[in-house]
Design a protein around this ligand. Structure first.
Ligand code: HEC
Ligand code: HEC
Ligand code: HEC
Ligand code: HEC
Length: 393
């Protein structure tokens, strides 16, 4: 397996070495995720939001094992997808990846609670997840030992233990959590963003970065009495140049195949709908079609193919015409005429207009673009600049 050494790794070394450890002291790296909400990897729509994801997390852990040892790997909960067929595939892939990465503790909280108990149970059994949960018939805590450091990892705010390093995993809100007493470390999965750890009395409060965009690393120095003497925190940002774990990549590839199978829509009828496709428009608007062909809209489905997501409804809705609508894109075999972002993505359905061209098309405004150019998927979007790039000149 090859890794691309990025400059971040270099700064990391600087980060990890200066810890001055005296006799009787111990250093532990607590690497954590939380509130991943089924996001296995970023969509890759823009380099500005293309960070994180399980394959890169695992690649990072593999490539830096020595510098970050000993480490404790924790998920603070709310990692699962929704309770839908695709969401359940995400949840399974998540737990598979946790297993490959050897997570030490995984909290099952609100989102997991919303899944069917049998489904969740079958998965945690299958993947031997070291889980804790406040649901019935689950352990609420785990006792572990890492290099002589005794740990109590729990989801129950009242159950901290003497003579252990106490870590609480919770999805209560920050304002509520601030009132909890006795914990050394609290990791939230409420989805709140804490850019820096909060220090509240003796407690260090952290929050899993939503949707797995960053990996959190808290390094604590423990003194001979077992107390935290010192700590440092950093976010590991992993962009498209970060090395991936092949094992986790395989899990995500398998997920992609299952999603494609789930949504083959082989039996979906091709319906005569309001859309007609660019070839029809070409009969009367050749110059407009030619200018469109030079824009990236014309290659939007290829972008999905490149990242093996051309069967994923979550992507197709913005990268094709009318996906999910009656008469819209189904799949490339059945509806090749509606692949990519086309004329009708902006001008609206054209069926009426092609039979009677005095029938006007819908007006195009900034809001038309923003249906797809959202903050997440297109953080650089600026109507004037973007319009310039796609205009029919
Ligand atoms: C809400 C609409 C929307 C959804 C959903 C969406 N995309 Fe995109 N995607 C965009 C837009 C808009 C761009 C262009 C962004 C820009 O350049 O400003 C884009 C660009 C891309 C690119 C091209 C990046 C490049 O620089 O070449 C890829 C690849 C991509 N998306 C993959 C995906 C995948 C995979 C999914 C599903 C997991 C997805 N998209 C879901 C809107 C969307
Ligand atoms: C149906 C969804 C959709 C609509 C509506 C849409 N776009 Fe896009 N746009 C995309 C996708 C997807 C991409 C990325 C294509 C790729 O590279 O795969 C994109 C890419 C672009 C790019 C290329 C970005 C770059 O950096 O080169 C520009 C410019 C753009 N869109 C402008 C617009 C404008 C302006 C509007 C509104 C008038 C608009 N788009 C409406 C989905 C859409
Ligand atoms: C990304 C959005 C977008 C896509 C895709 C797009 N257009 Fe346009 N179109 C516009 C906008 C915005 C205008 C307004 C004038 C301009 O800025 O060029 C326009 C103008 C036009 C006009 C002239 C309207 C007039 O009043 O003179 C025609 C005709 C047209 N488009 C046809 C097409 C055809 C045919 C396609 C597909 C090959 C297409 N457009 C694809 C956004 C789009
Ligand atoms: C049979 C020929 C024909 C076809 C096919 C056709 N158009 Fe047109 N279109 C015209 C003519 C002619 C006009 C000018 C109408 C006018 O000025 O009243 C026009 C005007 C337009 C305009 C600008 C005026 C308006 O009503 O908004 C847009 C945008 C447009 N067409 C888009 C499209 C798109 C998109 C398609 C494919 C879905 C398409 N047209 C298919 C002939 C056609």
């Amino acid at each position: 397996m090859t890794y691309i050494i990025v400059s971040m790794v270099v700064t990391l070394n600087l980060f990890f070495y200066p810890a001055v450890v005296s006799a009787g002291e111990n250093v532990l790296h607590i690497i954590y995720t939380g509130a991943m909400k089924g996001e296995l990897e970023p969509c890759g729509c823009s380099p500005k939001t293309d960070f994180g994801g399980l394959a890169r997390f695992a690649g990072y852990l593999q490539a830096n094992r020595e510098e970050i040892s000993p480490y404790l790997l924790i998920d603070a909960g709310n990692f699962s997808g929704k309770d839908t067929p695709q969401g359940r595939l995400k949840t399974e892939a998540m737990l598979q990846a946790f297993k490959v990465m050897n997570y030490d503790a995984v909290a099952l909280l609100g989102r997991e609670n919303a899944l069917s108990k049998e489904f969740l149970y079958s998965l945690t059994e299958k993947y031997k997840t070291p889980e804790i949960s406040d649901m019935k018939q689950h352990e609420t805590f785990l006792w572990l030992e890492k290099r002589g450091i005794k740990l109590n990892i729990s989801v129950n705010p009242d159950s901290y233990q003497k003579d252990r390093l106490n870590i609480l995993l919770t999805d209560r809100s920050l304002s509520e959590v601030r009132l909890f007493k006795g914990w050394d470390i609290i990791i939230l999965s409420s989805g709140e963003v804490l850019e820096e750890p909060l220090r509240q009395d003796g407690t260090i409060i952290l929050s899993g970065y939503p949707k797995g965009k960053r990996l959190g690393i808290l390094t604590v120095t423990i003194d001979s009495r077992g107390e935290i003497k010192d700590y440092r925190h950093r976010w590991q940002l992993l962009g498209s140049d970060a090395g991936e774990s092949t094992a986790v990549r395989r899990i995500i590839d398998e997920y992609d195949r299952m999603v494609e199978k789930l949504f083959t829509r082989d039996t979906a009828p091709v319906t005569e709908g309001p859309y007609s496709g660019v070839l029809k428009c070409a009969e009367c608007h050749k110059p407009f079609v030619e200018s469109w062909e030079r824009t990236r809209h014309a290659g939007a489905l290829d972008s999905l193919k490149r990242v093996r997501k051309s069967g994923d409804p979550e992507c197709l809705r913005c990268h094709t015409v009318g996906y999910g609508e009656l008469g819209g894109f189904i799949n490339i075999e059945k509806t090749p005429a509606l692949a990519n972002v086309q004329c009708e993505s902006c001008h609206g359905p054209g069926r009426k207009h092609i039979t009677e061209y005095s029938q006007p098309m819908a007006p195009v405004s900034e809001n038309t673009c923003k249906r797809c150019h959202t903050k997440q998927n297109s953080p650089d979007f600026n109507f004037r600049n973007y319009l310039e790039k796609i205009s029919h000149k």
